[in-house]
Design a binder for this molecule. Structure first.
Ligand SMILES: [Zn+2]
Ligand SMILES: [Zn+2]
Length: 478
């Protein structure tokens, strides 16, 4: 019996004792354990509705092992950032927040947020301005790390959500949101805050690529490992189609599940079910055909709100990643994620995931559910068609604000992302399933699902289902 939180036991562990580096079975490393984390969180440093101390305390107190505070175009390093308390009828933001010529955001927050904060953190730094307003100083990343980090238990990672728009001469506007992790500063091109629009026609793929490149160069100059993540690619404005991801093989991570960006029908998700799972498979089909590295999918809360019903959109605690690493430090976590040794969870966690490259088999296990649990194994067949077989149209009336134009996304044939094996488990029955790659499979991944027992009504993908996603595993014979 293997357990998620404990060390891996049984035959796999015995194999591992002879050296997990060489045995090749991903689950077999006896000295590794799973660490739970969320890499997409906002605070008052940008447009999140909590002081950063409160955000970190929320996650740490609920057993998370790592967390990234990914404020928009902001790293939390300025020790002289203050926000002012305002009445309940005043706006949370000063409207000019995105236009300031300095890096500093200028935010305000309702008095009740201050009341909560000062009760929980009585040592918070406050001051009263000349006009009688209460202000509180925002804790920096360094201060938060010193307060909350605990060896082997909890680690705060540097994290930034690079947030930009591209405007095209025909009026279209696309946004790109990209998190980069473990680089404690802004990208050199992001010295100005806000969602700046760049009024030129740079293709979206090139724009994504330039950010990945700039981030990699920054990581190299700092001598630090990093992650670069494409966020919520199928936001209601269809920011990124699969071809954009295929075009950028250096982008290794994307959010298959994001709790901050609606996927509800009528808010951008067409009725024929194009979703982030489809995008993932299309990207990996073409990547494998071209000999490029696989794309991995993560799950995040994209937390903006901390007061509300659990499972609401933008609330914490709905989607996370479990990373199987040797120790709780940035280098180990990032190495494990780059190796694809992590699971993405929306309300459901596996006990174990193992891939045996010599047998070409993927095995998953999970605790018994209160209702039916299903394991689906998903592959892409080697002979999938290069050309799209259709298009999904996103109608303009489904959009809000300034996104009033039609977008289309390509649909590819059914040999991409094909469910090849489905195993169902009755309530109370432990989940154990495996699949062995066929010669014509390019890769395999699995989804463990539980229907009917979801607590969440949030606009998560997928809705109404608890899911754990494994990463894709390439066919070693490919
Ligand atoms: Zn975003
Ligand atoms: Zn975000």
């Amino acid at each position: 019996m293997t357990t998620r939180r404990g060390f891996i036991g049984g035959a796999a562990a015995l194999a591992a004792l002879s050296g997990c580096e060489t045995c090749g079975v991903r689950s077999a490393c006896a000295k590794k354990r799973w660490y739970k984390g969320n890499l997409h969180t906002h605070t008052f440093w940008s447009d999140g509705k909590a002081f950063p101390d409160e955000a970190v305390a929320w996650y740490k107190s609920r057993g998370y092992n790592f967390l990234g505070l990914s404020d928009h175009n902001m790293f939390q390093d300025d020790p002289d950032s203050w926000i002012a308390a305002v009445g309940d009828n005043e706006a949370d933001f000063t409207p000019e927040w995105a236009k300031r010529p300095t890096r500093r955001y200028v935010f305000t927050a309702k008095q009740r947020y201050f009341d909560d904060y000062l009760t929980a953190f009585p040592d918070a730094k406050t001051r009263t301005t000349a006009n009688g307003r209460l202000e509180a100083r925002l804790s920096t990343f360094e201060e938060l790390s010193a307060r909350f980090n605990a060896p082997g238990e909890f680690l705060l990672l540097p994290d930034v959500e690079a947030t930009r728009s591209v405007q095209y001469s025909d009026g279209r506007i696309h946004q790109l949101h990209m998190n980069y992790v473990n680089l404690p500063q802004l990208l050199p091109s992001y010295v100005e805050p806000g969602f700046k629009r760049i009024a030129n026609d740079i293709p979206l793929g090139a724009f994504l690529g330039s950010h990945a490149k700039e981030t990699a160069a920054l990581a190299q100059s700092m001598g630090r490992p990093h992650l670069f993540i494409l966020n919520h690619p199928i936001w209601r404005w269809y920011d990124v189609g699969p071809e954009v991801v295929v075009e950028n093989p250096s982008v290794r991570f994307f959010e298959v599940c994001n709790n901050g960006s609606p996927f509800k029908s009528g808010e951008g998700l067409p009725s024929d079910g194009f979703d982030t799972d489809r995008l993932w498979d299309v990207a990996n089909a073409f990547r494998m055909r071209r000999g490029q590295p696989l794309l991995y999918g993560i799950g995040t809360d994209d937390t903006h709100r901390y007061r509300g019903e659990p499972c609401d959109m933008l609330m914490p605690g709905n989607a996370w990643s479990l990373v199987r690493a040797e120790s709780l430090d940035a280098a180990s976590l990032i190495a494990a994620m780059n190796a694809g040794d992590f699971v993405t969870c929306e309300g459901l966690e596996p006990d174990d995931v193992s891939f045996d490259p010599s047998a070409g088999s993927l095995a998953v296990s999970a605790p018994a559910g209160l209702s039916v649990r299903t394991v689906r194994f998903i592959v892409t067949k080697r002979d999938f068609a290069d050309k799209p077989v259709g298009k999904v149209t996103v109608r303009p009336e489904q959009h809000k604000g300034d996104m009033k134009f039609q977008r289309e996304i390509n649909i590819y044939d059914e040999k991409i992302g094909k469910v090849v094996k489905t195993v169902r488990f009755r309530p109370g029955e432990p989940v154990r399933a495996s699949y062995t790659l066929a010669d014509d499979d390019l890769y395999v991944r699995a989804r463990i699902e539980e229907c009917g027992a979801t607590l969440c009504t949030a606009a998560l993908h997928p809705q109404g289902v608890r899911v754990a996603w494994t990463q894709p595993y390439a066919n070693p014979a490919t």
